[in-house]
Design a binder for this molecule. Structure first.
Ligand SMILES: [Zn+2]
Ligand SMILES: [Zn+2]
Length: 200
């Protein structure tokens, strides 16, 4: 379902049958109650057909597949013209970079006033914002929500961290429904402050 070469997820589209979406095309992520191993997330995503649909993604596909650690990451070997498993090589590379202190994804936690490493499963709302992406992140360390304004690459490509991100100076409501309202309002008000992401 996740393709490491194009960094896209495949979902069903009622118009086109199948569609491919980058992480930055996600709009809302919600962990489904019940399934724990692996956890399953429902994803509302913006489709190329112009509509917004819902699909399901497992925790593994969300956080590990982009690092080559999930199952089913394959690539086309042009020498042998065969699909080969990408897992081991990419995974070793990812592990080496993490050991060296690089993080695949990061964000600026506003309540804690510091950058933090994060995984895509902590993103819960995304919206396009003037050529960039507004992303609401639930902090894995303090559990509070922050909104960062980042590039699409910052979201889509592991180990691509913007050197500076926009931070909305607002502490969000704990309940999801109110957070969504506040998120939308804040994105449109464009009260951002640039913060440096120096995680290395
Ligand atoms: Zn569609
Ligand atoms: Zn935090």
């Amino acid at each position: 379902m996740y393709d490491g070469l194009t960094t896209k997820y495949t979902f069903a589209c009622p118009e086109r049958g199948e569609t491919r979406v980058t992480l930055s095309g996600f709009r809302r992520l919600e962990r489904l109650p019940g399934a724990a191993h692996p956890a399953v997330y429902s994803v509302h995503f913006a489709c190329v057909c112009g509509g917004e649909h819902v699909g399901l993604v497992s925790h593994d596909e969300l956080d590990w597949a982009p690092l080559g650690l999930g199952s089913g990451a394959t690539f086309l070997n042009l020498m042998t013209a065969r699909l080969e498993v990408l897992d081991s090589e990419l995974a070793e590379l990812a592990a080496a970079r993490i050991r060296a202190g690089e993080w695949p994804w990061s964000f600026f936690c506003y309540p804690e006033n510091q950058p933090r490493p994060v995984f895509p499963s902590s993103f819960f709302l995304l919206a396009p914002s003037a050529g960039a992406v507004g992303v609401a992140v639930r902090c894995p360390a303090c559990a509070q929500a922050s909104i960062n304004i980042v590039s699409e690459h910052h979201v889509d490509l592991p180990f691509h961290n913007d050197r500076e991100v926009g931070v909305v100076e607002h502490v969000f409501a704990a309940d999801a429904a109110r957070a969504i309202e506040e998120f939308t309002a804040e994105l449109h008000s464009a009260q951002f402050d640039a913060r440096r992401l120096a995680l290395e």
